[in-house]
Design a protein around this ligand. Structure first.
Ligand code: ZN
Length: 275
């Protein structure tokens, strides 16, 4: 055990200075010596006691990040192909997703980008939830992915994907919900605002072009996606690019580029959430 810690000595010194007299219980100060007590007290001036936690830009915001597909989907086609009701149609619970020519899967890509994104959002103060816990399980179904955002009462939800189109096609696009006479209708407007913010940040942050093959200026509106149709919170999908395009596949394989994607998505979300 050490002798009286410096902090205690400092406090004693401060008490003495503050009161202009001798504080109670200072018998130990004799051992330290009046002079040295004061000398020690000076450099120990503590910072203001209540060091307020610095405010962060996304304090109080709830964000749900949905990494598309799941690594385990490949081994359980029966579970994945089970039909679920997405209000405008019945469709498969989930799919395996696409992959690059050299077999880097969309599920692995979305899992990595999403985790990078969660880290950035948390650093900025947001409370963040993922729709799946790993990249080895099956599902969840697209209906459940929407339900997770709803249950969390997310201020924004974002589903991360990459496309699998003809190798000559390239570029990213954002998918937003359309009104379907269903639960998503009240958040169609805010979802579009979210989509516009993310489109701008994604282009700026990644340098990727608007899709050459889907939507107009990287904006696409759909009424056949369960993840959107069933959402009661503002939600979009981002198709980060075409995994079958050699140039974009090489970028997606690069961890540094995936970090750029995550940062761009975080900036887009923040732009929307702060507006
Ligand atoms: Zn996908």
């Amino acid at each position: 055990m050490r002798a009286l810690p410096a902090t205690v000595l400092a406090l004693l010194g401060l008490a003495t200075a503050a009161c202009g007299g001798v504080a109670n219980g200072v018998s130990n100060s004799d051992a330290a010596g009046g002079q040295s007590l004061d000398v020690q007290a000076q450099p120990q001036q503590p910072a203001p006691a209540a060091t307020a936690k610095a405010a962060k830009p996304l304090d109080g915001k709830v964000v749900v990040i949905d990494p598309g597909h799941n690594g385990g989907n490949f081994r359980d086609p029966k579970a994945v192909n089970r039909k679920v009701n997405v209000l405008t149609k019945w469709k498969a619970c989930d799919t395996t997703g696409t992959e690059t020519a050299d077999r880097y899967t969309e599920a692995a890509f979305t899992w990595d980008v999403s985790n990078r994104l969660v880290k950035i959002l948390k650093q900025r103060g947001a409370s963040v939830k993922l729709t799946r816990a790993d990249n080895t399980s099956v599902g969840p179904c697209i209906t459940e992915r929407a339900a997770i955002g709803n249950k969390a009462k997310a201020d924004a939800a974002l589903s991360v994907h990459a496309d699998g189109s003809a190798p000559g096609n390239h570029g990213f696009h954002v998918i937003m919900p359309e009104k379907i006479g269903g639960p998503v209708d009240p958040v169609v407007g805010d979802s579009k605002k979210l989509g516009l913010a993310v489109r701008q940040a994604f282009k700026k942050g990644t340098g990727l072009r608007y899709s050459t093959y889907i939507g107009k200026d990287a904006l696409d509106f759909r009424n056949d996606l369960g993840g959107l149709n069933l959402s009661t919170v503002p939600k979009i999908f981002v198709e980060c690019g075409n995994m079958k395009n050699a140039g974009e596949a090489a970028k997606f394989r690069d961890p540094e580029f995936r970090q750029r994607i995550a940062l761009a998505l975080a900036n887009g979300l923040q732009q929307y959430l702060k507006a």
